[in-house]
Design a protein around this ligand. Sequence first.
Ligand SMILES: C[S@@+](CC[C@H](N)C(=O)[O-])C[C@H]1O[C@@H](n2cnc3c(N)ncnc32)[C@H](O)[C@@H]1O
Length: 200
Amino acid sequence: MGLLDEQRAYYQARAGEYDEWWYRQGRYALQPDEERRWFADVASAEQALDAFAPAGDVLEYACGTGLWTRRLARHATSVLAVDASPAVITLNQARNLGAHVRYHQADIFAWTPPPAAYDVVFFSYWLSHVPADLFAAFWAQVASALRPGGRVFLIDSHHTAELPGHVQQRTLNEAASSGWSSASGSPPTCPPPWRRSAGA
Ligand SMILES: C[S@@+](CC[C@H](N)C(=O)[O-])C[C@H]1O[C@@H](n2cnc3c(N)ncnc32)[C@H](O)[C@@H]1O
């Protein structure tokens, strides 16, 4: 199985425990100081997204269980939430975010979004999963999906010495099952036009 197949399989298997990581429960619990920092970072990202106001037609890549889809749905006219994992899509759908939120199960690397159809493209904890050799093609896909004047909002881990390398091995709650998740680790630099819009 190739790395990207393993990555998809890992998130499919992990669907039911993904939010435990986000809320720092169980084995994902942090020390009090780290926990405070984590939730402060989350609050800051949430405020930044609200200030950005993702209005209009929004494409969300790698939507996961809906931790961000629910926030996009408050601002957007429509959201197309795309993910490879049927299990995470089911969890996301269970949030009942409204008829303006639609879902599409697809491998992002094998899918072409409708051209010039979106006002906003959003992705959280996805760019770090895009391998270096697919990075430029991914950004070209984002550019093609956006209408003129369209905007991008992304959230991801800050690269630090504690997150070295390009591939991380992850385990699931059940010790018997384990999976891989790739991450580009030291991310390639965004192409210049995107870098310019990063602070917007
Ligand atoms: C780290 S999770 C992020 C989920 C969500 N964006 C969030 O921040 O809560 C990565 C997501 O990418 C999805 N994924 C992994 N590989 C994919 C692929 N090739 N195509 C589409 N989705 C993929 C997984 O199923 C998982 O939901």
